[in-house]
Design a protein around this ligand. Structure first.
Ligand code: CA
Length: 510
């Protein structure tokens, strides 16, 4: 038999409401043996820690080509990548809320309806969706969310109402709490009593909060600039206490830890201020994010839970280049807000000592929507997937766990708000629509700026020969057209049976 090839190979459809997936029987057997070994040895189901950063670039980490080369060493990320699995084709959505909702629901934005982030108290969020936290909670997991939420401030979308036992963090996004307080960015508000009052009367909560399952949020503290600089430290302490508290419990747990950094604007903790070789707030914040992860891993080790816990480390989108210099680095085209690779190709490190072999790397496609079915499969509850809605994620447990294994995913679908933008399979990407790079801005490559272009003929890029997507290869590679168009048609047809949803920009309960 010829070696497996993702373009030539066929997927299998297990259920009509599941994304078709590759089946690799040998690696599934190997993954099952590893999980059986784990269960026999540890006598409980594995814990999950998702460590999600904000707007951190693919190229910020040493293990992805950045680190000391761009003025901020990342020893912890580099070590965990070396001792675990480093993914080089891990995909988020183009911006914060679409990505976070996709990770939590296993669905593309055109299904969960968060096509763009809600801002300044705008209603709408995850209400009505089924999250990975809810499914794990139903199966006996203790579920904890810490840090940035940003998938709905309205009550029915808050974490304690969509599957988390406890939440400690803020409901929106970093800049919203501070930008109008800072005279450098908003002198016309900061120096105006009338406008400051006007912002304070907007319908968003200026505090970070605590909530318990089914309850109301309690304000912890107003997020002023000095408080903001302490948030990653405070949130790390809260997650550390949670991990310590779970050490002697029988139940497994899911910790969804979302950092404040390094979303603009960055005001680093004094311990890290000016400490990066770059001596820049963004880079100092990278040092802190690396240190926070080191502290969480150390608590896992101290409490004997390191080998019980799968850790997934990523960023919710590509770097935000329009907020330079509070921005980052990517070797790919464009940035956050776009469906060019720079907007959606994010770091992806999977670490689970004793189960995932050290030193693995893979360019197999992994999508944020794979998290939900993959964690359920590792927890042994894959049959808990809902049947009344389409699940875009595929079970990647054998890909993550088994040595020398292959991705179970054939296609990555790129959505730019409500527009289908592109399809990747293997090293090729077919682009139907995308944002133009911003020709009017001499300082950045765009991302949220530029116009939406719909091409008369699709463009085809070879991401191995052309990671910056500059050379349209279509007319020399027509052999791929039919297969790629078939993949696109199949995906778009699923919306006939499972209609799209739109949450942002339409009337929602507050
Ligand atoms: Ca983000």
């Amino acid at each position: 038999m010829p070696p497996f090839d993702p373009i030539a190979a066929q997927t299998h459809t297990r259920r009509p409401n599941w994304e078709p997936a590759f089946v690799h029987p040998e690696q599934e057997k190997a993954a099952k043996a590893l999980l059986d070994h784990f269960k026999n040895r540890r006598k409980k189901r594995p814990n999950f820690l998702v460590y999600l950063m904000d707007d951190v670039g693919w190229g910020d980490f040493g293990c992805y080509g950045g680190g000391i080369a761009v003025g901020a060493p990342t020893p912890t990320f580099d070590r965990l990548a070396a001792e675990g699995l480093k993914l080089t084709s891990c995909y988020s959505e183009p911006s914060c809320s679409p990505s976070r909702a996709t990770l939590l629901t296993g669905r593309v934005p055109n299904r969960h309806g968060l096509h763009r982030p809600p801002m300044y108290g705008e209603p709408g969020g995850l209400q009505g969706e089924i999250t990975v936290a809810e499914l794990l909670s139903t199966a006996g997991y203790v579920t904890q969310a810490v840090g940035k939420w940003h998938v709905g401030e309205n009550e029915s979308s808050q974490p304690q109402n969509v599957g988390f036992d406890d939440f400690y963090g803020f409901l929106s996004v970093s800049d919203m709490y501070t930008e109008w307080r800072d005279p450098y960015f908003f002198p016309e508000i900061a120096y105006s009593e009338a406008r400051t009052e006007w912002v304070k009367n907007m319908p968003f909560n200026r505090c970070f909060v605590h909530a318990k399952k089914g309850g109301k949020t309690q304000n912890v503290e107003e997020v002023t600039i000095p408080v903001l600089s302490l948030l990653d430290d405070k949130w790390c302490a809260y997650s550390s206490e949670f991990i310590r508290g779970m050490a002697n419990k029988d139940q497994p747990w899911f910790l969804y830890h979302n950092t404040r950094g390094a979303h603009f604007d960055n005001y680093p903790h004094e311990k890290f201020l000016g400490k990066s070789p770059a001596r820049h707030p963004y880079k100092d914040t990278l040092l802190e994010l690396d240190d926070v992860l080191a502290r969480l891993v150390e608590v896992l080790r101290e409490t004997g839970q390191l080998e019980d816990t799968l850790i997934f480390i990523s960023s919710d989108n590509g770097p935000h280049m329009e907020t330079w210099p509070d921005s980052a680095f990517t070797p790919f085209r464009c940035a956050k807000g776009s469906t060019w690779e720079g907007g959606v190709r994010v770091p992806g490190i999977v670490y689970w000592p004793g189960t995932i072999a050290a030193g693995r790397q893979s360019d197999g496609i992994f999508d944020f929507n794979d998290i939900l079915p993959t964690l359920l499969a590792i927890a042994g509850i894959e049959d808990g997937l809902p049947s009344d809605r389409f699940i875009d994620g595929v079970d990647q447990s054998s890909f993550l766990l088994a040595p020398n294994s292959l991705s179970n995913r054939k296609f990555h679908y790129y959505w730019l708000t409500e527009t289908f933008s592109a399809l990747r399979c293997g090293e090729y990407k077919m682009v139907l629509s995308a944002t133009s790079d911003d020709a009017t801005d001499a300082f950045g490559p765009g991302g949220f700026t530029g116009v939406l272009e719909r091409y008369a003929y699709a463009k085809l890029f070879n991401l191995y020969l052309d990671p910056k997507e500059q050379h349209n290869y279509m007319t020399r590679k027509l052999a791929y057209v039919d297969a790629f168009q078939h993949g696109i048609r199949h995906h778009l047809r699923t919306f006939a049976a499972f209609p799209p949803k739109k949450v942002m920009g339409v009337a929602q309960p507050r």
